[in-house]
Design a binder for this molecule. Structure first.
Ligand code: ADP
Ligand code: NI
Length: 604
């Protein structure tokens, strides 16, 4: 009996191969082979009859109407084959029932009665999704002569079988019309689990396709395969991290979309949108000359993508309600100003400053920018605050003027001080870098990884500047002789740095070397201050102790010891007094020197 089964399977394989060998309509031989393989495994996992599963899988597309004169003719073809192959009568019936339910139902017909049928159907559906499903869809589209995507061929929501076959569609539309629905139609648990990962491939593919369709596209919001003009609100962010959190938050609101206008606006010459190409190359060169060559291509690509976004997206926003997410960070505030100067006539722009709202609600916790806030936090801001301030024409004009002011500054670094954006010299963070080196004990002769010091600088303040910028300044400080290094000055992980004591005569010290001295003095002073205050506290406590309070006099044996102790404390206190006076006067002079240096310091 067993050998007959395997002979029949062999014959079925040969038959299916001869039927499907030259097919280009999505029913090629390898599709049938894959479905059979999957069906066989599912049969084991689900405890079904593997013979029936395999036989039905091999034959499942033989009767397809595309390969036959009519569906009836296809059905008869299978029926005839089963008979001549010597398949048992009851098995013939089961297989025919499976095949007719599968290929004539078009996904809307009656449910599959047998477990074997459910399995073959699951296997066929699994082969329609995932990357193979994607490939088959485009192959089928080519075969049928339909385009891969046309934004103006609408999705068909409810269609009859006739419309499904004959109506106008595109490969991308087919995702929405059929493929994305398949994961919820699996019959068996095993197939349902397998479908999940393959479904994700479909989603990812659509996301990437959409992103590429957006590239350079001034009609993106209308043409997007994902949004298709169904946009009720545009959330605007100035970095990918905020955009990611917002997308999570908005998962159940398909009409609300998130766009990112990213650009490292804190650093480098500002882009001038009225003279884009010139200012873009100036900006590019600025980074080129300063930033490390490692990851240079990544950086250039990021700038390129930013340019694409800034050049095509703002003009599409004019007819749409916009919600701008700009927290209290320089990059977001700069993005806000640049955007508003590009959409001067917009009537429906609102602003949400999530960091400031969060701070009002939680005075003890704060974020450096919206980009640090997780989607749950943004949700709270969204739910609890009424302060999504509509921007009045005056407000907008104010932001535009401020952008103009910053552009006119022609500077290379901008920071947020309080509410105000200020253009500052490139050397703005140099003292922080030197101080971090000092604090991490990267002092003369002791080397510390550059990455570590950069991490310390970024972590220490309200810094939102990129580590690439700080790394550039580290290399600059090396060049100026304020830091020394060993290793390779390529990526910041590849070298170590140390503060250097200039051995050159004073009149030839660079600005950076002078700064290093000052930072060293300041660090010394503040360390000494700390010790000073700690020691003073200790001494006061010791002063208040008396030996009686120590409880040592209980035993008369200890009386001698106690009195010697008391005299030692008295001596300690009196020398401390002297020491303290000297230190206070020293700190005083140190401070005076430092103020003088600060006043004289040449501004770079
Ligand atoms: P089945 O009936 O086995 O599901 P179909 O004949 O419907 O197979 O489709 C064969 C392949 O072509 C499948 O991968 C399917 O997703 C794809 N396909 C079917 N209709 C379209 C269409 N209108 N546009 C693009 N691909 C399609
Ligand atoms: Ni099939």
């Amino acid at each position: 009996m067993k050998s007959t089964y395997s002979q029949i399977i062999q014959q079925a394989q040969g038959f299916a191969r001869s039927v499907h060998d030259r097919d280009a309509s999505g029913h090629d031989w390898w599709h049938v082979q894959r479905v059979t393989r999957i069906a066989r495994l599912l049969a084991y996992l689900e405890g079904a009859n593997p013979y029936i599963c395999e036989l039905s899988a091999y034959l499942h597309d033989v009767a397809d109407e595309k390969l036959n004169e009519s569906k009836e003719a296809g059905y008869e073809r299978v029926q005839h084959w089963l008979k001549q192959a010597g398949v048992e009568a009851s098995d013939q019936e089961t297989v025919l029932e499976i095949i007719s339910t599968m290929s004539f139902s078009g996904g809307t017909g009656r449910a599959m009665r047998t477990l074997e049928g459910q399995i073959v159907q699951d296997a066929d559906r699994l082969d329609a999704i995932g990357t193979i499903g994607i490939a088959r869809t485009f192959a089928y589209s080519g075969w049928k002569g339909q385009s891969m995507y046309d934004p103006y061929i609408p999705l068909r929501e409810h269609m009859t079988r006739e419309e499904y076959r004959k109506g106008k569609s595109t490969a991308i539309n087919h995702f929405y019309e059929k493929l994305l629905k398949l994961k919820d139609k699996m019959n068996t648990e095993s197939a349902r689990l397998l479908a999940d990962g393959k479904h994700q491939s479909l989603e990812l593919f659509l996301q990437f396709f959409d992103k590429e369709w957006a590239m350079g596209n001034e009609a993106y919001l209308n043409e997007s395969p994902i949004h298709r003009g169904n946009v009720s609100l545009v959330h605007i962010t100035f970095d990918d991290s905020t955009a990611g959190s917002l997308r999570m938050m908005l998962r159940s609101k398909p009409g609300e979309i998130v766009i990112t206008l990213d650009d490292d606006l804190m650093v480098g010459p500002l882009p001038k949108d009225h003279d884009f190409s010139h200012s873009f190359s100036t900006r590019n060169e600025w980074f080129q000359e300063r930033y490390s060559i490692t990851h240079a291509d990544d950086r250039k690509l990021t700038m390129l993508q930013a340019a694409f976004a800034w050049l095509t997206l703002p003009q599409q926003l004019n007819e749409l309600p916009c919600l701008i997410w700009a927290g209290d960070s320089a990059s977001e505030q700069l993005g806000l100003r640049r955007l508003l100067s590009l959409i001067p006539d917009h009537l429906d722009v609102r602003l949400v400053n999530a960091t400031s709202i969060h701070r009002q609600q939680n005075p003890n916790s704060w974020y450096r920018g919206t980009f640090e806030m997780a989607s749950e936090k943004l949700q709270i801001v969204m739910d609890t605050s009424e302060e999504h301030v509509p921007l009045s024409p005056q407000d907008q004009a104010g932001y535009r003027a401020d952008w103009q002011r910053l552009v006119n500054d022609d500077g290379f670094l901008r920071v947020l001080q309080g509410e105000e954006l200020r253009t500052v010299p490139e050397s703005y963070y140099d003292a922080d870098i030197l101080q971090a080196a000092y604090r991490l004990e990267a002092r003369h002769g002791f080397f510390k990884k550059s990455a570590r010091i950069i991490g310390e600088v970024i972590g220490m303040g309200e810094l939102t500047v990129s580590d690439s910028f700080i790394e550039y300044r580290v290399r600059h400080l090396i060049q100026e002789g304020a830091l020394t290094y060993n290793g390779e000055l390529t990526a910041m992980r590849n070298y170590c740095i140390s503060l250097v004591d200039a051995s050159t005569p004073e009149e030839r010290w660079t600005h950076a070397q002078r700064l290093a001295k000052v930072v060293k003095l300041k660090s010394l002073m503040s360390e000494m201050m700390e010790i000073h205050f700690a020691e003073r506290g200790l001494m006061e406590e010791i002063h208040q102790l008396d030996t009686v309070g120590l409880g040592l006099s209980i035993s008369s044996d200890l009386e001698a010891f106690t009195s010697s102790m008391q005299s030692q404390i008295d001596r300690l206190l009196s020398t401390y007094q002297q020491h303290q006076e000297q230190r206070v006067s020293f700190l005083g002079s140190l401070e005076k020197v430092l103020t003088q240096i600060d006043e004289k310091a040449p501004k770079e």
